[in-house]
Design a protein around this ligand. Structure first.
Ligand SMILES: [Zn+2]
Length: 205
């Protein structure tokens, strides 16, 4: 199983997501991983949005195997102050992903409902790209709303060891929920194992 959301290359391969514009060339040059170009919502106010839009278009044209991310919204206490800038930058990423028919890796800490609203709006306008919600920790009810938009999810050890893990993840179809390492490449094998245990689809030997 490949890593569905990573910031460092790992032995299993997978999606390697940029965090800042400065990461893109390194991400593009990394062997054995699928490059993803984006700017994390934490840095939304520090990057020139128009330039990101032009550069994204150029990089996605140049790298046909590349996807989009990381992008999204963060409404947790330390980051909610830049919400307007985050939303603008997110729309630029969603537009690029739609135009180039790529998957977009979404961060939504504390902002899943807002994100859902915004994606539903794009779905109504027929401009919604394929979406992956990373570090998914919303309710099953919210998951169903995102599933109806065609979303897939990825989770890591942090999410899978939460007291609500079974409630959140056990009912999401296996082909819609994947393991991720995010910032901790060493954690990937454990995330794969925890996900399999939660689903009850592995035998002990
Ligand atoms: Zn990430």
């Amino acid at each position: 199983m490949m890593d569905y959301h990573a910031h460092s290359p790992g032995a299993c391969g997978g999606y390697l997501c940029a965090v800042r514009r400065d990461d893109w060339d390194r991400v593009a040059a990394t062997q054995g991983m699928i490059p993803c170009f984006g700017v994390h919502p934490w840095y939304a106010e520090q990057e020139p949005v128009a330039q990101i839009a032009y550069d994204l278009d150029e990089y996605l044209s140049r790298y046909p195997q590349a996807q989009v991310g990381e992008t999204g919204l963060d409404a947790t206490p330390g980051h909610c102050g830049t919400y307007d800038a985050q939303e603008l930058l997110l729309q630029v990423h969603l537009g690029a992903a739609f135009r180039h028919e790529r998957l977009v890796h979404l961060h939504g800490a504390g902002a899943w409902s807002k994100l859902l609203e915004l994606l539903q709006q794009r779905a109504r306008n027929n401009t919604l790209p394929r979406i992956l919600l990373h570090a998914w920790n919303g309710s099953h009810e919210l998951a169903r709303a995102f599933l109806s938009l065609g979303a897939v999810f990825s989770v890591g050890v942090r999410e899978l060891t939460h007291s609500k893990a079974a409630d959140r993840y056990a009912r999401i179809p296996a082909d819609k929920l994947f393991a991720e390492s995010d910032d901790d490449p060493e954690s990937f094998p454990r995330a794969v194992e925890l996900l399999a245990l939660l689903r009850g689809d592995i035998r002990a030997h």
